[in-house]
Design a protein around this ligand. Structure first.
Ligand SMILES: Nc1ncnc2c1ncn2[C@@H]1O[C@H](COP(=O)(O)OP(=O)(O)OP(=O)(O)O)[C@@H](O)[C@H]1O
Ligand SMILES: [Mg+2]
Length: 339
């Protein structure tokens, strides 16, 4: 069967050279990263795997959940273990685009303007509570995410590579918040929730904290920016059979015709499915995608790209409930036999 993803599109700008590693090696590293992060973050292997898959797929993640569920801890821990510069920006109502991107300051001594980079110049940026800042600053962030560069007073600066945004949004605070427009939610490869820990895990959080006699757990960096670029290059080598590529398209298309849906997932959604599933396959130690990889990422990839009809806003219907139904309805392609 023909494959997609093995030939670069003609005319596309070549990525900065990073050599892929063997998939076994990449999977081993990815799983050791998760093990190390789990020394600090208790009982969140699944959402952490999804977040790591998004980072490997060069995507950005929206973490939507209540306060105190370990979002900041997870972002900081991932940055530490992946050996990335970490920056955190609190999106308050008075945050200006320049507070994020940086700005030119006058240097008295040299009598010239000098660019002072803002927090966006980081390997991993935790954009905390993005729905508390007005649209102008939100769009400065989304622009940086999309273009991987920022323009300040007509001068353009490239962001570091890798550059990954983990943005958090609190789902309960409606007052004084600026919900992201659907068109902008689309920019996030995944949306994940952390959820409450089970009682045993929560006890573990408490017990570990008491036992270590201090706030922070010190984590070992297991790789660095160059290593992460190699992991990302590995994801680009993962094959997607036509049957699996078409499955991604059918899932996205089925969200558009669902009875509860006002606007379904765009082609950016089907693309997101294929890209995130490839990264998930690498974590699972395969250099090809199986339909189970697509299913594993379908809720977090598609859920936030679906708007429900206004008359159903008070009902149980949601983006993720639509994805669940679509997953049941669309036939799964036969499992691939592998060479
Ligand atoms: N799953 C977990 N494993 C370990 N520690 C946890 C976990 N969940 C919460 N904690 C602890 O609870 C506290 C709050 O976590 P954190 O600051 O990461 O929450 P948050 O989701 O960023 O909250 P907010 O939305 O208020 O910023 C921290 O001390 C953290 O160590
Ligand atoms: Mg936090």
């Amino acid at each position: 069967m023909p494959e997609i993803g093995t030939h670069p599109e003609p005319g596309t700008r070549p990525e900065p050279e990073a050599q892929p590693m063997p998939v076994r090696e990449a999977a081993d590293l990815a799983n050791r990263v998760l093990d190390e992060v789990e020394r600090a973050v208790v009982g969140k292997r699944r959402p952490l795997t999804l977040v790591l898959a998004a980072i490997l797929a060069k995507g950005h993640v929206l973490i939507e959940d209540l306060p105190g569920l370990g979002k900041t801890l997870s972002a900081r821990s991932l940055a530490q273990v992946l050996g990335l510069d970490f920056a955190r920006a609190q999106f308050t109502p008075d945050l200006l685009p320049a507070d994020l991107t940086g700005s030119f300051l006058y240097d008295q001594r040299r009598s010239e303007f000098e660019f002072r980079p803002g927090p966006v110049f980081a390997g991993l940026l935790l954009a905390d509570e993005i729905n508390r800042t007005p649209p102008k600053t939100q769009s400065a962030l989304l622009e940086a995410m999309q273009e991987r560069q920022v323009t300040v007073e007509g001068r353009t600066f490239a962001l570091p590579d890798p550059f990954c945004v983990l943005a958090t949004a609190n789902p309960v605070e409606y007052e004084g918040t600026y919900p992201l427009p659907e068109a902008q939610l689309d920019r996030f490869l995944l949306r994940v929730g952390f959820g409450y820990p089970g009682a045993d895990d929560e006890y573990d959080v408490v017990a570990r904290r008491v036992a270590r006699r201090r706030e922070d757990t010190v984590l070992e960096p297991l790789t660095d920016a160059a290593g992460l670029r190699a992991l990302q290059a590995t994801v680009e080598t993962v094959r997607v059979d036509e049957s699996v590529g078409r499955y991604c398209v059918e899932l996205a298309a089925a969200t558009r015709t669902h009875a509860h849906v006002q606007v379904g997932a765009s082609p950016r959604g089907s693309l997101g499915l294929a890209l995130a599933a490839r990264a998930f396959a690498v974590v699972r130690g395969r250099d090809y995608v199986v339909p189970e990889d697509v299913k594993a990422v379908a809720r977090p990839v598609l859920g936030h790209r679906i708007s429900i009809k206004p008359e159903l806003w008070m009902s149980e219907a949601s983006g993720t409930s639509v994805v669940d139904e679509v997953l049941k309805r669309v036939p799964t392609p036969a499992t691939l036999e592998r060479r």
